[in-house]
Design a protein around this ligand. Sequence first.
Ligand code: SAM
Length: 245
Amino acid sequence: MGRSIIFVYGIAAYVIFLATFLYSIGFVGNILVPKSIDSGVQGPVGVSVAINLALLSIFALQHSVMARPAFKRVWTKIIPKAAERSTYIWMTCAALILIFVFWQPLPTPIWSAAGTFAGTALSALFWVGWLVVLASTFMIDHFDLFGLKQIYANLRTRVATQPEFMKTGLYRLVRHPIMTGFLIAFWATPIMTVGHLLFAVVTTGYIVIAVRHLEETDLIAEIGDDYLAYRRDVPAFVPGFRWGR
Ligand SMILES: C[S@@+](CC[C@H](N)C(=O)[O-])C[C@H]1O[C@@H](n2cnc3c(N)ncnc32)[C@H](O)[C@@H]1O
């Protein structure tokens, strides 16, 4: 691939990511989008649960495999190194779009606080969650995380520098603020349906397992004692809450 083609490919990945990110907010929050987590007609419960679990598994598999250093080493023998992160973003968006299109609604409410103070507070918390996600991406390295740094450096015949290990800002409070933001956004809803609960439970399980057993294993291998000390001192997801260490 020529440098300009890689650049356009990476910019397109970022644009698609922005659209997918915005759609995710609407999908989880049942806001504005034509197809959301609770919209549509319910089918047989067993079939709906099986389809939804399959969709979430595809996302988890894509995310877990493509982010591993060993996979990247092999993968970048096939595709240009500068396009690796953008390709990861393309595939992440594809997995998310599959969820948006094929998700089966299970709209029976578990709790309903709409129109109450608690409901308003949960709606506000939902937005706080997404804001925490976005802000945290800028605290590590937003442009590296979404491949723009790599494609720009490549365009200028350079190699992008590695992002620094971050321990300040929200990363001083918790080790995984992006995931904390997602957890808040997925659970804070004025109306919790069976489908939404399935989504929240499965994504929470995946986040906890993947972060501890995959991402942190890679970070310890890469950073070593500095990360181990950070892990000792800073909780995983909830500020001041030691259980999440
Ligand atoms: C999707 S981000 C999630 C980061 C973190 N788990 C969170 O929830 O905020 C994954 C990337 O962040 C990087 N990362 C995780 N913790 C970091 C830190 N403290 N400083 C810099 N990069 C970090 C990982 O190496 C990985 O490439």
